[in-house]
Design a protein around this ligand. Structure first.
Ligand SMILES: C[S@@+](CC[C@H](N)C(=O)[O-])C[C@H]1O[C@@H](n2cnc3c(N)ncnc32)[C@H](O)[C@@H]1O
Length: 401
């Protein structure tokens, strides 16, 4: 076990809190949608489950880890509690003992939830034989949210991940340790072998592609983008997961990337929901939000300098050119549906309000004619800026001024 695996649980870093908010909120929504819409049971596989808590539970300073957060979400909803089967896999024996205790105590006082399956073993070794059986039998598996949350980069078998992800209604949330990948890629400038990269990317051809990136004269950020694009392409190629959201997490004390949280699915709805959730955790009173958690560089970048938001504005204005009238719903729901679109629905909503405030567009009533200025619409309180802002319902329309 790497020292980072041992020390990981001593301190509850802000980025862990953010990861947990995204994981718990998304899991609750995923399980609810799948189980009610498809009337089927659901699986959560937490492949790198950890020890159940961060900090010291005996000293009342503990923060729930992913397994307990998942169980809490299930305990809050009687129907979900019976519909979702959780499976927690943890390799380290000490962590596993802690995990077992935490889970058992939780289940003892929350009897409405299904008994979790706990395995003290390695992610790939635990899952691969079962997957092979499923493949051989030609059957499917229950819709599954697979959470892969390692500290480093080893043990994250691409084949195992894609065997699950490619099945209907199965999704992935992955902690992709970019810093670890980037350091290991240093070996690709020499002739040294990199089995961990082959395991992570799923083939030696892909590692050769990474070698090309490592040996190129691209700038560091271009290399990073190329590596993430290569991983996303691998998910699309092998698991047919066309909808992938990469959420970049910066180090707390260094203006460099620590890791990405990557969500992959085969449908636009989960893609949009996940983008909304990731975007919201990065948004605050001074920052519109983005698919990244800025820590060390927070405060050094400003919304008014953002070319990406200007790009969203241009996209909206162009869609309305030539006198076209579109419903708010068409803009907020349809644009973010494109697999290449990395903006949230809330971002589109706020950009519409911004374009209206700057006099570029007007909002029309349902008759598509009557102008409805902000003063004639209801206001609501923005949860991040705490300001009262005009609402802009999806049934309304917009056109250029
Ligand atoms: C980042 S921690 C997991 C944290 C946990 N998901 C949470 O949010 O509470 C990574 C865990 O994976 C375990 N681990 C490392 N390699 C593993 C493997 N190949 N299979 C299963 N568990 C592994 C480590 O012992 C460690 O407890």
């Amino acid at each position: 076990m790497g020292s980072s695996d041992k020390e990981h649980f001593d301190e509850y870093a802000y980025q862990n809190k953010i990861k947990h908010i995204i994981f718990q909120n998304y899991f609750a929504v995923y399980a609810k949608i799948i189980s009610t819409r498809w009337k089927t049971n659901v699986f959560l596989i937490d492949g790198f489950a950890g020890r159940g808590h961060y900090g010291n539970p005996d000293e009342d300073q503990a923060f729930a880890g992913s397994p307990i957060l998942a169980l809490q979400a299930l305990a809050r909803d009687a129907q979900l509690g019976t519909r979702v089967q959780t499976w927690f896999i943890e390799k380290d024996a000490d962590h596993f003992d802690n995990l077992e205790q935490s889970v058992n105590s939780f289940v003892k006082i929350n009897k409405g939830i299904r008994k979790p399956i706990l395995t003290n073993g390695e992610f790939v070794e635990t899952l691969q034989p079962i997957l092979d059986e499923i493949e051989d039998g030609g059957g499917g598996i229950k819709p599954t949210l697979l959470f892969v949350d390692p500290c480093g980069i080893s043990g994250v078998g691409f084949g195992t991940i894609s065997s699950i992800l490619k099945k209907p209604r199965c999704e992935l949330l992955l902690f992709f340790n970019y810093d670890g990948v980037s350091r290991t890629m240093g070996l690709l400038r020499t002739d040294r072998d990199t089995p961990s990269l082959t395991e992570l990317f799923g083939s030696s051809d892909r590692v050769e592609h990474l070698r090309g990136i490592a040996q190129s004269d691209m700038k560091p950020r271009e290399k990073e983008d190329a590596v993430i694009a290569a991983y996303i392409q691998a998910l699309r190629d092998d698991a047919r997961a066309d909808f992938v959201v990469p959420f970049r997490v910066e180090y707390e004390h260094r203006q460099a990337t620590s890791h990405y949280l990557i969500h992959a699915s085969k449908h636009s709805l989960p893609f949009k929901i996940m983008k909304d959730m990731m975007w919201e955790v990065s948004r605050d009173e001074n920052w519109e939000g983005s698919l990244e958690l800025l820590q060390a560089s927070k405060g050094t970048v400003h919304d008014f300098l953002r070319s990406d938001l200007a790009e969203v504005d241009r996209q909206i204005v162009e869609a309305l050119s030539g006198g076209r009238i579109l419903s708010v719903g068409e803009i907020i729901e349809d644009f973010p549906e494109d697999p290449g679109n990395l903006y949230s629905r809330g971002c589109y909503r706020r950009r519409l309000l911004q374009l209206e405030a700057s006099g570029k567009i007007v909002v029309l009533d349902e008759d598509r004619e009557t102008v409805l200025p902000p003063g004639k619409r209801r206001k609501s309180r923005d949860s991040k800026t705490k300001k009262q802002v005009p609402t802009i319902a999806q049934r309304l329309f917009v056109r250029l001024s």
